[in-house]
Design a protein around this ligand. Structure first.
Ligand SMILES: [Zn+2]
Length: 296
């Protein structure tokens, strides 16, 4: 009996409740359908190791790859009134919001604001989280972006935004739409202070976010194959009743048509951002002894 209870039963239990089931160890790339070992995929910043497809990455996974030595400070979003319209569709909005908060390690809304050194320069970064109610922009996200812009101005730091959003948060109605103007004014303050404002458009950036701060950068970078637009391709196709060209609203298509300045691989983002900020902020050092300076 002892052998059964003390040895066999725990073994059986361990077999049944194994934490690392095959589903959590492997995932399938949606593009090339190859099986990827989860650990390799995470180490590769969630880019497919076979075809290079960029899968969506959460802000907290992205942040360590951006800052020097992966060190940064996270800033809590300002408190805002919850569910001001007492909105309800299939579920109460405040219940939906609570559910999203509990799934996102206690974060209050779809924006993460962080600051730290990037290329030895203080930088403010704001990232939208698509997993939090579709990265939608309500009062909290708007307020958070205003805070990020003010922080950048106060610290004389560049502001870098990573966008990923389905648009304005419908449950906050007109208050959501007001964030379009508020965020536009906020990023203008950064520009008026002579500080760089760079946007990295990630998959997907649509709706009210693409109609406001996400399209107002001094420089727009996009991640490969990211969907970027205002209305989705299906809505456009149904409206104009015409077949859309291949790759329509994808990062590469937008680059070809002058809507974005560069499509940059996730592994090259940090060095690209550091170089761009340096080009925009550092005064040009002219060597007066060089023959080029003498003729200029
Ligand atoms: Zn792949």
């Amino acid at each position: 009996m002892n052998w059964l209870t003390n040895f066999v039963r725990p073994k059986l239990k361990a077999l049944i409740s194994r934490k690392e089931t095959p589903e959590t160890l492997w995932l399938k790339c949606p593009k090339c359908e190859q099986m990827l070992f989860m650990r390799d995929w995470e180490a590769n910043q969630q880019v497919c190791t076979h075809c290079g497809h960029h899968m969506r990455i959460k802000p907290m996974k992205r942040l360590p790859h951006l800052f020097d030595e992966g060190r940064f400070e996270q800033h809590a979003l300002p408190k805002v009134p919850v569910d001001p319209l007492k909105f309800r569709d299939t579920k109460r909005y405040d219940a939906k919001l609570k559910e999203a908060q509990s799934k996102s390690e206690g974060r209050s809304d779809a924006l993460v604001v962080a600051s730290g050194l990037m290329g030895n320069r203080t930088t403010v970064v704001a990232l939208l989280d698509f997993d939090f109610m579709g990265g939608s922009m309500g009062t909290a996200v708007g307020e958070g972006l205003v805070m990020a812009a003010e922080l950048a101005v106060a610290r004389k730091a560049p502001l870098i935004v990573f966008s990923a959003s389905g648009g304005a948060r419908m449950q906050e109605g007109i208050l959501s739409l007001m964030q379009l103007t508020r965020t536009t004014i906020a990023v203008r303050k950064v520009k008026e202070a002579g500080l760089p404002y760079i946007v990295v458009l990630t998959d997907p950036t649509t709706g009210g976010v693409s109609a406001s701060f996400a399209m107002l950068g001094d420089i727009h970078i996009a991640e490969p194959d990211a969907l970027i637009g205002f209305a989705g391709p299906r809505v456009i196709q149904d409206t104009i009743r015409q077949e859309l060209p291949a790759g329509f609203q994808r990062a590469e298509y937008l680059l070809e048509h002058g809507m974005v300045d560069a499509v940059v691989h996730r592994h090259k983002l940090r060095e690209t951002l550091v170089r761009l900020v340096s080009l925009l902020m550092d005064p040009l050092v002219v060597d007066t002894n060089s023959p080029v300076a003498a003729t200029a």
